[in-house]
Design a protein around this ligand. Structure first.
Ligand code: BEZ
Length: 253
């Protein structure tokens, strides 16, 4: 796994190529079931599109994200958003729930994440999240690995993503400790509205950033060539092999 993630989050690029991320967050929001008056932390809020739905349910929300541009975009939506690394949360016993969508898989130190989430919750509070699960974007990772290997680069050393199985993550949650009410792997083929090359630009900077600038477009095209037969349907639509891990866990004491 990568030592240091290079990923830079541009709110503009995210809105253009990744708007499906918050749009597909309805199921995990249902699992959160926010109530009026609850105090909720949104961990990895991105540009705040999904956070606004929690606010609309009547909850008071504090949102954090490690990307300053994303936090600025969330603030522009009127959200109380702060720049904070999810591995270094500073809250103590103040939330009824911690919510996270499509953010945890960017955090390598899961022990610190879970410790910080647990501390942030009041006893009885819930941690509800969705992240990439085991086999998420497996075809994309294989194609990235093959194209980088042609250039003498080891994609697995550059990989910033953590996509655990339900069993592995249940163990981590229980060790934190949380009481796991529900945890499941859910395959979710995901249409990429702007295609695979734009997706790679938005999400795979840690891999493509290791290729020389002069060669980067060529490498990106080679990855698309490898993936076309498996991820493009007969209408020319790119559909990525997303697999979600969704869970609801309780801080018992
Ligand atoms: C995801 O949200 O599943 C995802 C994010 C980054 C890279 C791959 C997948």
């Amino acid at each position: 796994m990568a030592e240091i993630a290079r990923q830079h989050w541009s709110a503009e690029r995210y809105a253009e190529t990744a708007h499906f991320v918050p749009a597909l967050g309805a199921t995990v929001l249902e699992l959160l079931r926010p109530s009026p008056g609850e105090h909720i932390l949104d961990l990895g809020c991105g540009d705040g599109v999904l956070t606004q739905k929690i606010v609309a349910a009547g909850a008071t929300v504090i949102a954090v994200d490690a990307g300053p541009e994303m936090v600025a975009a969330a603030r522009a939506r009127g959200i109380d958003a702060r720049v904070m690394d999810g591995q270094k949360l500073t809250f103590a016993g103040e939330f009824d729930a911690v919510f996270s969508n499509a953010a945890l898989h960017w955090m390598r130190d899961q022990q610190s994440v879970l410790g910080g989430v647990r501390r942030a919750l009041r006893p009885g509070g819930r941690f509800v999240a969705e992240m990439g699960g085991h086999n998420n974007t497996a075809a994309i990772i294989v194609a990235l690995s093959a194209v980088l290997a042609r250039r003498g680069l080891d994609a697995h050393r550059l990989n910033p993503w953590y996509f655990p199985s339900a069993e592995a993550y249940r163990k981590k949650l229980e060790q934190a400790p949380f009481m796991v009410e529900k945890i499941a792997i859910v395959p979710r083929p995901t249409t990429l509205p702007t295609g695979i090359e734009a997706w790679l630009d938005t999400f795979a900077e840690d891999f493509l950033g290791a290729v020389s600038e002069a060669d980067r477009l060529r490498a990106r095209a080679e990855i698309a060539d490898l993936l076309r037969p498996v991820l493009m349907d007969e209408t020319g639509t790119w559909i990525a092999d997303y697999v979600r891990l969704r869970f609801r866990a309780i801080r018992t004491k």
